[in-house]
Write a protein that binds this ligand. Structure first.
Ligand SMILES: [Zn+2]
Length: 322
């Protein structure tokens, strides 16, 4: 077990994976006596990202949410149970990194995931198993974190940003449209009934095992439940500015011979024509517009993973006042 994670989280996870709702493991449903919104908070879409578990720990132990939920229904879900088991069993950095998923990245699901009849890959099976739960969500928050230290981010589906729901989140950066640009489907694309106006988004709470990411994630969950009047309000009204980074492109590598030309920082400003990557043969990848690099990989040389985006590219940042 990685020492970076507290015994309390290990215990919580052990308890949680035994929990079932309608025969589906890793799902807890908390229903208030009063009618209200149906909210889903999902943790560990990636096994090595424990911030969502920290939310569950906080809501269940500190906030006694089973007693204090004022209205509506709250689902707490561990999306990728098996990868999270791998994470808790990991004994070194390499094993921790590999505990992101088992067979396929649950945030890069094949677009036809629901129509794959004989696919036994764990994440495909788990997606199909969770679908009836995910589709119940009228409001959904999927909780992630990042490998590299990074400012936290709100991730919207397309351009749908719900300012009233994220009021009080300790996050100032908004990443929009990434789900339209990325390879495959992120899990949260399947939340809510198809064509419904379910309000779904994700957060990147910060670096994976930074205690500040855990705290921030818990603050976001509390703020969401307060904004929906499911918990009493504790926060003052404040005006907030958001920086929106609209993702409009990404860099993928056709083969391992390519590498970024340097260690780029997330949000680093780039200009049209800037050289981003090249290979030994002199083939180049350049930016096609002015903007920013979002979540460029820090893995270079032989360590890099070319099955996923090497970096996303956003249009120039836009300010929003909320
Ligand atoms: Zn993630």
């Amino acid at each position: 077990m990685p020492r970076i994670v507290s015994d309390a989280l290990v215990t919580l996870f052990e308890h949680f994976k035994e929990m079932q709702y309608e025969g589906i493991p890793g799902v807890m449903r908390i229903k208030s006596k009063n009618p209200g919104p149906i909210v889903g908070i999902t943790a560990c879409t990636h096994g090595n990202e424990p911030s969502g578990l920290a939310i569950f720990e906080y809501l269940l132990k500190e906030k006694n949410i089973e007693k204090t939920l004022r209205c509506g229904t709250l689902y707490l879900v561990i999306n990728n149970i098996r990868a999270t088991e791998k994470f808790f069993d990991a004994t070194n950095e390499e094993e921790i990194r590999k505990s992101r998923y088992c067979d396929i990245n649950m945030n890069r699901l094949p677009k036809e995931v629901l129509r794959l009849p004989d696919d036994s890959r764990y994440e495909v099976l788990r997606t199909k198993q969770l679908l009836p739960i995910w589709q119940c969500f009228e409001f959904g928050l999927d909780v992630h974190s990042t490998l590299d230290p990074s400012d936290p981010m709100i991730i919207s589906r397309g351009e749908k940003f719900f300012q009233n729901l994220v009021h009080g989140f300790p996050i100032k950066k908004l990443i929009s449209n990434i789900d339209k640009v990325q390879i495959g489907l992120p899990a949260f694309a399947l939340y809510g009934k198809p064509e419904s106006d379910a309000k779904i988004f994700a957060i990147e709470a910060g670096q994976h095992t930074d205690p500040r990411s855990f705290e921030r994630a818990a603050t976001c969950a509390m703020a969401l439940l307060e904004n929906l009047d499911m918990l009493p309000h504790t926060q003052q009204a404040v005006t907030t500015e958001y920086e929106e980074y609209y993702i409009d492109d990404s860099v993928t590598f056709p083969d391992l011979s390519f590498d970024l030309v340097k260690d780029f920082k997330s949000y680093e400003e780039i200009h049209k024509g800037d050289l981003l990557a090249r290979n030994a043969k002199g083939e180049e990848i350049r930016s096609v517009f002015n903007g920013h690099l979002i979540m460029p990989t820090s893995l270079r040389g032989t360590a890099k993973d070319i099955s996923e985006e090497i970096t996303f590219i956003s249009r120039p940042v836009k300010m929003h006042r909320a």
